[in-house]
Design a protein around this ligand. Sequence first.
Ligand code: DUC
Ligand code: ZN
Ligand code: ZN
Length: 467
Amino acid sequence: VSATGRSAADVLLDGETIAAVLAPGSTLLGHDLAASVDTVIDATGKYVIPGGIDAHTHMQLPFGGTSASDTFETGTRAAAWGGTTTIVDFAVQRAGERVQDGLAHWHELAAGNCAIDYGFHQIVGGVDAGSLAALPGLIDEGISSFKMFMAYPGVFYADDAQILRAMQVAADTGLLTMMHAENGPVIDVLAEQLIEKGKTSPYFHGVARAWQMEEEATHRAIMLSHLTGAPLYVVHVSAKQAVEQLAWARDNGQNVFGETCPQYLYLSLEDQLGASSEEWGDFEGAKWVCSTPLRSKHEGHQHHMWQALRTNDIQMVSTDHCPFCMKDQKTLGQGDFRAIPNGIGSVEHRMDLMYQGVVTGQITLERWVELTSTTPARMFGMYGKKGVIAPGADADIVVYDPAGHTSIGVGKTHHMNMDHSAWEGYEIDGHVDTVISRGKVVVDDGSYIGTKGDGRFVKRGLSQYLI
Ligand code: DUC
Ligand code: ZN
Ligand code: ZN
C-alpha cells in the first residue's frame, strides 16, 4: 500500500535498502524469486506499508520540574513495536543558551540509544541575536525545521517581534517554521483566575486553554507567515476554528500546513471531566493533560478534525509523544492543574489508532499511509529514503495484518515508560506483525528483536512539500 494506491507485489530487499518492487511471480535472472534470496517473509493477505514516521516526539524533554519519562531507548523501542521506524524529536535551546549547545546535548542523549532512525527539529526557546544567527547553520546539520512557542511565557515563549525576526530568517533560508499556536499570556491569566476560584482539578487545564486563543494564535502566525513569506507548519492542532484558519489561508494560496494528533481525533474534554478512579479521584484526568488541550465533544472538534484529514486541510498525524507517569510526575499538579506536566504518550499506538480510522471508514487505506509516513517524509525533507517503498529507499517496512487484533493498555501492548496509558481499553481491528528497520527485522509478531543503537541520525534536507 502506498499513498497513491495498492497492488499485489513482492518487495526485494538488499541489505539496508529496497532493491526492487516486483509483480508477483517475477523471476530474478531467470530464477524463482523465493529460491534466490536468503529470507522470505510471507505477507500474503496483509498490508505492506512504508514504516511509520512520527514527526513530533519529546523523549526526555525537561518540563515543569521533571522530564518526559521515555528515554530515547525506551521511547524508540515502543515506537518500533507500534510500526514506527523513524521519529523526529525536538532538540531544545533555552533562552540564554546557544542553539549549537542545545543541539549537541540532544545528539548526546540520542546517539547509540535508539531502536529506530531519528532526526531533530530545533526548538528555539530564546529568540535573540545569537540564536537568529545560528539558524541558517542548522541546514548543514540536517535540521531543516525549527519550532517556536506562542505559549508558555517565561519558558519557551516567543513574542510577535521575535517570531517576525525568526520567520524572516526562515524565509531567507528555506527552513520550515513550526508553531505552537496558543496565546500563552491570555491563557495564563485565565488559569490564574480559575485557581483563585478554587477550580484546581485537571479538567480546568482545558477550560483555561480556550479554543479562541488557539484560533487567534493560529491566525496571528498565519499573518506573520504571509508578511514574511515564510512557510508555516502548525503543530498539534486541536480546535476546529484553528483548522478553519488554516483552510482559509491555504485557499488564499499560502504555504501553511497543520498537524493533528490521535488524542484530538478520539478523546474529548468531557472524557477528562468524567475521569475518576479509586486511586486518583478526579485527579485521574491528569492523564490527559496536554497542550493544546482536549476539546469539547459538544463543539464537534473531533468530527471536524477527521473531516480535515479527508479534505487535506490537515496534512499529517504525529503524536506529540510527551509521556509522564502519574506517580511523582503528573502528581506535581495535585491541587493546581498549572503544575501538571503537559503531555500524553502515544508513540507506540499512532499507526494502530489511525488504522482504526480506516476500519471505521474515516480515511482510506492510502490516506492512512500518506498521513503517517509519506507526507511526514516529504514535509520534513526525508522523502525518497523514507516514506515510500521504492528502489533505493531505506528498507523501512511494516507488515500490517488486517485480520489481527490489538488491545491497548498497561499489561497488554504497553512498552512506553509510563505507569498508565492514555489509551487504556482501546481495541484495534488490526495488528503490527513485522517491522523492518533499514533491512533488519526489529519486531517479529509482537516480539522486539532489535538492538539498542540500531537507529541512526537522519540528516534531513529542506521540505519537499513546498511549492
Ligand atoms: N505540549 C505538550 O503537551 N507537551 C509538551 C509541550 C507541548 O507543547
Ligand atoms: Zn507544542
Ligand atoms: Zn510537542
